[in-house]
Design a protein around this ligand. Structure first.
Ligand SMILES: Nc1ncnc2c1ncn2[C@@H]1O[C@H](COP(=O)(O)OP(=O)(O)O)[C@@H](O)[C@H]1O
Ligand SMILES: [Mg+2]
Length: 273
């Protein structure tokens, strides 16, 4: 059954009594474009619950990347507040892994070297950093590619390394900005499945920005739809697609899958330009 939209996207946020990993309240953000103030995020509130996967979809240019960059502390909101595990943080939040829209691997480091980067910076012993990184690369299907440089890997493999680099720090929360957008359909489905397994197994919370409605529905417990710029939450849907949410290919074949997709499509302010 389709849940009714909840415009604030925060319903049942505190069910179970635990503090949600992320709460955003009435956040606004604008850019100064050559002296002209351009409002990008109008008034945005949302909650990410523990262990929850939330997809955020919205029209191109509505402010999705601006939202993610603000959440991970790269931009400062004009007003409103962002609470990580109940606390307001200035700068970069702890235990949050993010993959930016244009997240590039360092070309002079191997897949292993790129994956280990964060652990090295944190001062972990080299042997442990390497063991953990190799184990994760294996789980992401890159066994045998640890010593390859990015230029010798396919686009899908490079995204797998970028994901490994984010996950190796064992973040409680992941923020991913269109991580699979540049991949061909098959590579995308395979990587979605592998990522889903790792996120669910680690009981991590995930906020996934995507412009792909089918991806949003197949991966998430909840989909938040943003309006066009200056953006705010337009609707939010609980995605109920049965208890086995591990196989995105099987999920896409369920009759209720297209029902969810059509509903969200109708919500998006998509105009031909
Ligand atoms: N640094 C910036 N300075 C001024 N305007 C920006 C800047 N970054 C993005 N914008 C504008 O903000 C709007 C939202 O951009 P963005 O957050 O990248 O959207 P989305 O990720 O949803 O496509 C766009 O109109 C874009 O042109
Ligand atoms: Mg973007």
């Amino acid at each position: 059954m389709m849940a009714q939209p909840s415009i604030h996207a925060t319903t049942a946020a505190t069910s179970g009594g635990t503090v949600p990993p992320l709460v955003v309240e009435h956040m606004a953000k604008s850019y100064d474009h050559h002296g002209r103030i351009v409002p990008v995020i109008a008034d945005l509130s949302l909650t990410l619950r523990e262990g929850e996967i939330v997809s955020i979809v919205g029209p191109s240019g509505c402010g999705k990347t601006t939202l993610l960059n603000t959440l991970c502390g790269l931009l400062v909101p004009d007003t409103g507040n962002i609470r990580w595990h109940g606390r307001e943080v200035t700068g970069q939040p702890q235990n949050v892994g993010y993959m930016l829209q244009k997240d590039l691997l360092l070309p002079w480091r191997t897949a292993l070297g790129n994956t280990m980067l964060g652990l090295e910076i944190r001062g972990l012993a080299a042997a442990e950093a390497e063991d953990r990184s190799r184990a994760l690369l294996d789980q992401l299907g890159l066994h045998g590619f640890a010593d390859h440089y990015p230029s010798t890997l396919s686009g899908g493999m490079r995204q797998r390394v970028a994901l490994a680099r984010t996950l190796v720090n064992e973040p409680d929360v992941l923020l991913l900005d269109e991580p699979f957008a540049a991949l061909d359909f098959q590579s995308k489905l395979l990587l979605e499945n592998d990522m889903l397994a790792l996120v669910r197994k680690g009981r991590r919370s995930l906020l996934l920005i995507t412009h792909d409605i089918e991806e949003a529905v197949s991966l998430a417990d909840r989909v938040i739809v943003l309006s066009k710029r200056p953006t705010q939450v337009k609707a939010a849907y609980e995605i109920e697609l049965g208890s086995d949410r591990t196989d995105v290919i099987a999920l896409r074949e369920r009759p209720d899958f297209s029902h969810h997709v059509r509903r969200i499509w109708a919500d998006l302010d998509v105009v031909l330009q």
